[in-house]
Design a protein around this ligand. Sequence first.
Ligand code: MF3
Ligand code: CO
Length: 259
Amino acid sequence: MLSLVIELKTPGEIDAIDAAGSVVARILAAVRAHAAPGVRPRELDALASDLIAEAGAVSSFRGYHPSWAPTGYPAVLCVSVNDAVVHGIPGRPKLKEGDLLSVDFAVHLDGWCADAAFSVVVGSGSVADKELIATTEAALQAGIDAAQPGAQMGDVGHAIALVARAPGYGMLADHGGHGVGRSMHEEPHVPNEAKPRRGLRLKPGLVIAIEPMLHAGGRDSYRHDRDGWTIRTSDGSRAAHAEHTIAITESGPRILTLD
Ligand code: MF3
Ligand code: CO
């Protein structure tokens, strides 16, 4: 049964999600610092796994089993390299100079979840890849800036898509963000492309993950890997992902996945 209940969080609950978000931000910073040529994504996953335990948190990914997936998720990070957009399973092949890495990560702390992602070029990369990442981050920021109390969900998707589409990038537009709280995925859906002044009215207490996924090829076309998890661009072009968990407050959006 599809649940369309949207739970608004109290200020105390938002602080609890912020605490989980600080753990996410610190561990993602450590992963970013360790991503280098010669490192195996699987080693980054082991690092994150150790740091989760040290923080007294729990992975939100390991064992997660949505209906479309063949298995429970086998890792604590998603590490998507080059043409992988999202849900890459951290593997053994070593990272190479110039690889475009997207890392997605969520934990539960004291029963509350926070979810975030970043992209980075390993070593010295191409200008094109850096521009793709910068635009993805700018699209995320535009979405956050649009998430004002009294605005509508369509305003968020509209703001993201304006930034993403301007340089002609493709987008994984049907895989948007989501509500976050006790569970990693809650209502409502957060579109990466939408009409302005449409959809849910944003109220203080709404906590959502905003997560644009852009790729260099202009056509929105994707395929699932044989592993059943990894989503890749059909044209082989490189993809970037950026995500924050935010709360809508009386005074505007508050990013919860910062250190
Ligand atoms: N953070 C990801 C998202 O919101 C969830 C990854 S699901 C996992 O889409 F199972 F891969 F962990
Ligand atoms: Co997410």
